[in-house]
Ligand binder design. Structure first.
Ligand code: ADP
Ligand code: MG
Length: 675
């Protein structure tokens, strides 16, 4: 069967289910087969009924003796059945499923899985999972018995449904399956073959094999990702030509010494890396990563200065109009000694010059009169890679501009090399001198009173505080708001009436939010109590305390950004972290915030301790669609990278590997090759 067969054309799926499957991003047969379980329930404990023990999770097989529906005194619909094997009988109760009596009849041979409840002498199973085995005794079960896969579900599409469909389409899929990975690669890496990996991951016979199967599938995923980015990188170099800049290092020295501050080592390094790129005839394609405040703008300004000296236009794109204006001001100031004008291109203001700041969207429609030598894109994560490609299209048709993208999202180097392997990377892993460190403490619960005392003292000194309420769930739901409101009431009881508290949560309307923020800024509120998810991105230099409940529920980089809301003024600032967890690991993880104040390092720690899903910013980056590979698996990343490299050395266009080539073209990454 063609792997690309749309699901609506598969027997037994139809329009109704294919619409629902779309929500799970399952569009084709292949998508369905590559919809992997996220866990397995272990029902491998097949038991004779006579041996049951209270509380055990078991799988039983036997014949139904009797089955009937009745209504309980409280009005519930119950289905009562008795199941028998050679050793005894057991009662089964299902709730609100009266339709079961249509399919389960006396005599039906049934496999059931669930937890045993012993009341008096007789064991009972409440609402067990079940599977009809038919008239004949059969041992091949998919929903009960052995390890049962549990899938990501959506409304109307249960794991049970998915299991049945995958079970019926797996063999036809496997029959026409071509393993796209070259044989010598799978051999060298000692990988399980693809066909058994897919069977095992869905219907494992023994748990030991699952690890191997998942490893094989993860290898494929990372390997193809690496190939795709290496191919992209080569194409970029082969197909494009840029105007090489002449770099006069005396001018660079002059520029650096005219700045009002001394550059950090990281800034100096990044500037040299970028200038080296600009000297080449292949267009630069570099990502500059740096924490908020690490000073990316001056690095970009240096590059723009050299574009100017080479008589080439620079386009500087930012996500919002406010940021665009800010950049223009900063650049103007830095380039003032050389009398360089910085233009602007926003909805409200248009002014041309050799260096033009604009919003992402507007710069796409901007038609330059001279050759654009450099495109700088700030806050890359808010701006699709695809769009970034298009931006460079607006310029000269003959030459491609050099491209510099900047991001504050702390993507660790290993991860960045996988996700953006086609980009060169510079990292500002050093903060400018003189930044005051925010004194951070992981506070044990028994010292909570002392923490409140400390906050009171700071407030009587005229300062203000943030308190982030306990984490309930990841969304700003009514449950979250209710919990925050309760916490707010509790805190009101703790602090005296003189101390004014304000509450901020996501269910407030924009006007209310603005009012709370204004009151906090004007010190009508001393303590701002806020839910974990609400955006409190405001500048209140007088706030000196950030207290965070359930800190263990956050990524370290996220906590780092939260604490960045204090320490903006002249006063010494503090971050107090409380944790719900007593686990040594979790405390240790939080304690890294006490000594480390670099977002990247923190993200790196999270990557090794918790995996990439937790690293802040990744979800927005559009790469969360890795199905099975763990981006924290540095060993596998290195292996796949090396294998991809050596394969492309032998077969640069994958001409000898058509199935692989097709697979890579089907990857559907958020990327448009600008050509
Ligand atoms: P970001 O990386 O967040 O874009 P900015 O470029 O906006 O950071 O820089 C933040 C602030 O730090 C600016 O006010 C800038 O002038 C200042 N700055 C940048 N580099 C240094 C440095 N080496 N020493 C002192 N201040 C610096
Ligand atoms: Mg910036």
């Amino acid at each position: 069967m063609d792997p690309q067969t749309p699901v609506e054309r598969l027997p037994g799926i139809g329009d109704f289910y294919s619409r629902k499957l779309k929500k799970l991003e399952i569009l084709t047969l292949e998508d369905l087969i590559y919809h992997f379980p996220f866990r397995y329930d272990d029902f491998s404990n097949l038991k004779p009924i006579s041996s049951l023990v209270d509380g055990q999770t078991v799988t039983l097989q036997g014949h139904i003796w009797s089955i009937s529906n009745l209504r309980s005194r409280t009005g519930k619909f119950l289905t009562l059945a008795t199941l028998a094997d050679q050793t005894g009988t057991i009662d089964i109760v299902w709730f609100n499923q009266s339709y079961l009596t249509k399919t389960i009849k006396p005599g039906t041979f049934l496999s059931v899985s669930g937890k045993v409840q012993q009341e008096g002498r007789k064991p009972k199973l409440l609402a067990p999972k079940f599977e009809i085995l038919g008239e004949l005794m059969q041992t091949q079960t998919i929903h009960t018995g052995g390890l049962i896969p549990v899938y990501p579900e959506t409304e109307g599409v249960t794991s049970k449904w998915l299991r049945a469909k995958i079970a019926s389409f797996l063999s036809p899929y496997l029959e026409s399956l071509l393993d796209p990975i070259p044989k010598d690669v799978t051999k060298r890496q000692k990988l399980l073959d693809l066909s058994s990996s897919l069977s095992t991951v869905h219907f494992p016979k023994e748990s030991e094999k699952i690890v191997e199967a998942r490893k094989r599938l993860a290898f494929d995923e990372l390997f193809t990702l690496q190939l795709a980015s290496q191919i992209r990188k080569r194409k970029w170099k082969e197909e494009k030509e840029a105007s090489p800049f002449k770099i006069d290092h005396a001018k660079l020295k002059e520029f650096i010494s005219s700045l009002p501050f001394k550059l950090t080592g990281a800034q100096n390094r990044a500037i040299l890396e970028i200038l080296k790129d600009l000297e080449k005839e292949t267009p630069a394609n570099r990502l500059l990563e740096g924490d908020v405040g690490s000073g990316k703008t001056v690095v970009a300004a240096a590059a723009a200065y050299f574009a100017y000296l080479n008589d080439l236009v620079t386009l500087f794109a930012a996500p919002t109009e406010i940021l665009t204006n800010q950049h223009r001001q900063t650049l103007s100031l830095m380039l003032k000694p050389y009398n360089i004008k910085v233009g602007i291109w926003t909805a409200s203001e248009k002014q041309e010059a050799g260096i033009i700041c604009g919003t992402h969207a507007l710069l796409m429609s901007y038609k330059p009169k001279r050759e654009v030598g450099l495109v700088i894109v700030d806050e890359q994560h808010r701006f699709g890679v695809a769009q970034r490609g298009k931006l460079s299209l607006t310029s000269s048709k003959v030459k491609s501009p050099h491209l510099l993208t900047m991001t504050a999202t702390p993507i660790p180097r290993t991860l960045a090399l996988t996700l953006y392997g086609d980009l060169d990377l510079s990292v500002l892993d050093e903060m400018p001198l003189g930044r005051k460190k925010i004194q951070t403490h992981v506070v044990p619960n028994f010292k909570r009173k002392d923490a409140y005392k400390f906050i009171k003292a700071q407030i009587s000194d005229g300062r203000q505080a943030f308190i982030i309420t306990p984490f309930v769930e990841p969304s700003e739901s009514m449950v979250t708001v209710k919990a925050a409101t309760e916490e707010f009431k509790k805190l009101k009881g703790i602090f005296s009436k003189k101390i004014k508290l304000g509450l901020m949560h996501g269910k407030l309307n924009p006007k209310e939010k603005e009012k709370v923020m204004k009151n906090f800024k004007s010190r009508k509120i001393d303590i701002l109590v806020a839910t974990p998810v609400v955006e409190v991105g405001i500048d209140v230099p007088n706030a000196t305390i950030m207290m965070i409940e359930s800190a263990d529920r956050f990524g370290l980089a996220q906590l780092h950004q939260l604490r960045g809301r204090v320490g903006r003024g002249e006063h010494k600032s503090y971050c107090l972290l409380f944790s719900d967890s007593n686990s040594q690991n979790s405390i240790k993880r939080l304690e890294s915030l006490e000594s480390i104040n670099i977002g990247f390092k923190l993200a790196e720690i999270d990557l090794t301790m918790r995996g990439p899903g937790e690293v802040f910013g990744l979800r927005q980056s559009g790469y969360e669609n890795l199905k099975i590979a763990d981006l924290g698996d540095q060993k596998l990343i290195a292996q796949t990278q090396a294998e991809a490299k050596s394969l492309l050395e032998l077969d640069p266009y994958l001409k000898k590997h058509p199935p692989l080539s097709i697979k890579i073209n089907n990857l559907n990454l958020d990327y448009v090759q600008p050509n």
